[in-house]
Design a protein around this ligand. Structure first.
Ligand code: ADP
Ligand code: MG
Length: 472
């Protein structure tokens, strides 16, 4: 490094320091090493590609200002990545918008010489438990399954990149997403790196990484994936910084032809608090839904699962279990587990009487009469990601008003509250407002499929099931 270069960069840093928070400065500028200044080009070394994208995406104006005041406004900035991986071609000026640089992947020897990242995230093992073979196909999941299989054979090369799978709890999102990874690992003889991370863990690890000043180690963990699966992406809602870092990881992987698979409990456009730029990236690939299985699929699932645990159940008994349309697949598995437990402990056969007893025990667990209006309020508030206090207050934003109506409707139809007690809960002297809200929600349920989905998703979270759920 020549002295000029060090002096110029130190002067740039002085300017930058004034403009951004000390934490951002520490994170993004401290690790930069000035390399040389020659022919009006200042060359700096950065730790990785992600750095480059982040800096140019977030601090371009600050950098311009710094270089202009420290050198002149004709000076260009060139980035090189640690281990001599050059990003810029040396002629590129600071520019906006960011265009994908030609970046070479870290070679194995370079990667192994890297400092071991201090943070770790749990990489769940891909066992035989979640594979395509034991994923029962039906009309509810046909599209998802065939897209998943296409991806597993050709990761990053199909138009399903990213693949976004959404659907209610217990319908097989994690199963099918992991089946892709499972298949890839076997098919490519372990030559493909598969990374799986629940979004909640991604978010908490990110917070940890910021605290420990290890953001680079954090992002590096994901950068070398051939397939990155982020499960339950709805947990990123409202977490701005985490979304930003995910956005950059997403871009990096996508630009390098790597496969991304995400799952969510709701359609992405219905997740409030998810940045528009992420939503638009998701649209690049395929967004597809896992629906509630129909009776035939439920039957096949029960049949297959029973066979896998050597449980012998009569055909009619399986049909009977399958007729319980409100049970999701995880709950169906729970029924089978209970049956296995009963038959083993009590040494009895699987009879109708036994199955009826087990199913009625489960039904009692979700007895809607026991649900309090408070619980409905909290469930709806967390579903819409709004403050329960706002719903009980007088705020009239679209979302809060809808949430309020939904609570009133559920309280009226699924709890033993009277119209009067519901009105009082919302601080209303008269219950006519509740009557109006309930009627209006009825109309919305029949005219707006998104509201209907949302409604039943809340019922599912409350453990309340109604006959109407079957026709969603
Ligand atoms: P989600 O992630 O949508 O909440 P999971 O993937 O965890 O649901 O699935 C719940 C359970 O149901 C898992 O044990 C999974 O193996 C099983 N399951 C879901 N869908 C199917 C299917 N189509 N065939 C067989 N098993 C399934
Ligand atoms: Mg899951």
């Amino acid at each position: 490094m020549n002295n000029d270069c060090a002096r110029v960069w130190a002067s740039c840093l002085d300017v930058i320091k004034q403009e951004i928070s000390s934490q951002s400065f520490q994170t993004w500028f401290s690790p930069i090493v000035p390399k040389k200044i020659q022919d009006n080009v200042l060359t700096v070394q950065i730790p990785n590609q992600m750095f480059y994208e982040w800096i140019e995406g977030n601090y371009l104006d600050v950098l311009r200002k710094a270089i202009k005041s420290s050198v002149n406004n004709k000076c260009k900035l060139e980035y090189v990545v640690e281990k001599r991986q050059q990003i810029s071609d040396g002629k590129r000026v600071l520019r906006k918008p960011l265009s994908p640089p030609s970046f070479q992947k870290t070679s194995a020897s370079q990667a192994s010489s890297k400092k071991q990242p201090l943070i770790t995230f749990r990489e769940l093992p891909f066992t035989n438990r979640y594979n395509f073979e034991n994923f029962v196909e039906g009309s509810c999941n046909k599209i998802v399954k065939s897209a998943a299989e296409a991806i597993a054979q050709n990761p990053g090369k199909t138009s399903f990149n990213p693949l976004m799978i959404y659907g209610g709890v217990g319908l097989g999102k994690t199963h099918i997403a992991q089946a892709i990874g499972n298949h890839m690992m076997v098919d490519f003889d372990g030559n493909k790196k598969v990374k799986y991370v629940p979004a909640e863990l991604f978010a908490s690890q990110y917070v940890h990484a910021v605290r420990e000043n290890e953001i680079h180690a954090f992002s590096d963990k994901f950068m070398d994936a051939d397939l990155l699966i982020v499960d339950d992406i709805q947990f990123l809602a409202g977490k701005e910084k985490t979304q930003e870092v995910f956005f950059h990881i997403f871009n990096y992987l996508h630009q390098n032809g790597k496969q991304l698979v995400m799952t969510s409990d709701t359609a992405p456009h219905n997740i409030s608090g998810l940045q528009e730029r992420l939503l638009s990236r998701f649209k690049w690939g395929l967004t597809t839904q896992l629906e509630t299985p129909d009776v035939d699929t439920r039957f096949s699932i029960i049949e297959k699962k029973a066979a896998s645990v050597n449980l012998s159940i009569e055909h009619d008994v399986m049909k009977y279990i399958a007729s319980f349309g409100h049970l999701n697949i995880r709950e169906l598995e729970g029924v089978l587990t209970s049956i296995v437990a009963h038959t083993m402990i009590n040494k009895v056969d699987v009879t109708f009487a036994l199955v009826k007893q087990i199913l009625s025990d489960i039904a009692q667990e979700v007895d809607s009469e026991n649900i309090s209006i408070e619980k409905v309020l909290n469930t709806v508030a967390s579903h819409f990601r709004v403050d329960a206090k706002d719903i009980k207050g007088s705020i009239r934003t679209k979302e809060v008003v809808l949430a309020r109506k939904m609570i009133m409707h559920i309280a009226k139809t699924h709890t033993d509250n009277t119209l009067k007690s519901i009105g009082l809960f919302f601080g209303k002297k008269h219950h006519s407002g509740v009557v109006y809200a309930v009627q209006n929600l009825e109309e919305l349920l029949s005219s707006d499929p998104r509201i209907k989905k949302s409604y039943f998703s809340v019922l599912g979270k409350l453990g309340v099931f109604s006959g109407r759920q079957l026709c969603v």
